[in-house]
Design a protein around this ligand. Structure first.
Ligand code: PAF
Length: 299
């Protein structure tokens, strides 16, 4: 049974003296990507807390804060099924008893990529993640690789602020046809969903090209951008290769890095990436994990 807990103090009380504490921070409206984070946390930790908080600080003016899907009963069932012990659902006043005058900004990592079109976004993420780390004191925290820039930001803030937490990045989960799972996919109609596949189609072509020997950023970015541009309903924002930790722009795939794409389908902004991991056997592409094709309902 999952327990729904509303205050930092009550979660902390449950975290004390239980061994390794795992945290999966979310905005809610959980999907299989979140379930896979929770399962990974379950296998590594003695207690697993999933936080569900639609953080107003990370939504810019005119973005989808008001319409962001919220359904705590659904989230609790999904979290429980994936093995969570606690769902932490702080109210706005629990998270921000006063309008905060202390916020967390990073002097690097946040201007590139999504930071260009969402200039206040990463400060909002960094502030709330800092509060979750400080208030819940996890030993390990699990984030998806889908927002590769966010993963770099969170990893760096934990190191800079000396939080004793291990930040774990987990593979992107994709639908059977490649679309990266996102709570925002619910906004897409059938035509928009088809257009959105331009993001992952381009990335898979990038992965193929890399595996055939193409390593220069310009060629790989061109492949990803071209696949997006070919979709009539998809307005490409960027296709760029960046260092996985510093988020500096790269000219070639020669280290831990990611090729990130963003685009807008109608009102919906979507992001995706593929990761290049430096291993003992050279650089290996992480294309994410694909779900099986859904079986049609019997008629
Ligand atoms: O990725 C998300 O769901 C959010 O940005 C996070 C990390 C929960 C912070 O609000």
């Amino acid at each position: 049974m999952v327990e729904i807990v509303e205050t930092f103090a009550d979660v902390r009380a449950r975290h004390s003296d239980v061994g390794t504490v795992g945290l999966v921070p979310t905005l809610g409206f959980l999907h299989e990507g979140h379930s896979s984070l929770i399962r990974t946390a379950r296998s590594a930790c003695d207690i697993v807390t999933v936080s569900v908080f639609v953080n107003p600080l990370q939504f810019g003016e005119g973005e989808d804060f008001d319409r962001y899907p919220r359904d705590i009963d659904r989230d609790s069932h999904i979290a429980a099924a994936a093995g969570a012990d606690i769902v932490f659902t702080p109210s706005l006043s629990e998270m921000f008893p006063e309008p905060p005058v202390t916020t967390v900004t990073l002097e690097a990592l946040t201007d590139a990529l999504s930071g260009r079109s969402r200039p206040t976004h990463f400060a909002g993420v960094a502030t709330v993640v800092t509060k979750l780390f400080a208030g819940l004191q996890p030993d390990m925290a699990f984030f998806g690789r889908k927002d590769a820039q966010q993963l770099a930001v969170v990893t760096r803030l934990a190191a800079d602020l000396s939080f004793p937490v291990e930040v774990v990045g987990c593979p992107i989960v994709r639908e059977f046809d490649g679309l990266a799972l996102s709570s925002r996919n619910i906004y897409l109609n059938d035509l928009e969903r088809r257009a959105a596949l331009g993001l992952s189609r381009g990335l898979m072509a990038v992965a193929d090209a890399f595996e055939s020997g193409t390593v220069d950023a310009e060629s790989l970015e061109g492949i990803a951008y071209g696949a997006m541009a070919a979709e009539h309903l998809l307005e490409p924002e960027y296709a760029e290769l960046h260092d996985a930790y510093s988020v500096v722009n790269l000219n070639t795939v020669d280290r831990d890095s990611f090729l990130a794409v963003a685009g807008r389908v109608g009102e919906t902004r979507l992001i995706d990436n593929i990761r290049f991991d430096l291993t003992d056997h050279g650089i290996v592409v992480d294309r994410g994990v694909r779900l099986p094709r859904p079986v049609p309902e019997p008629t």
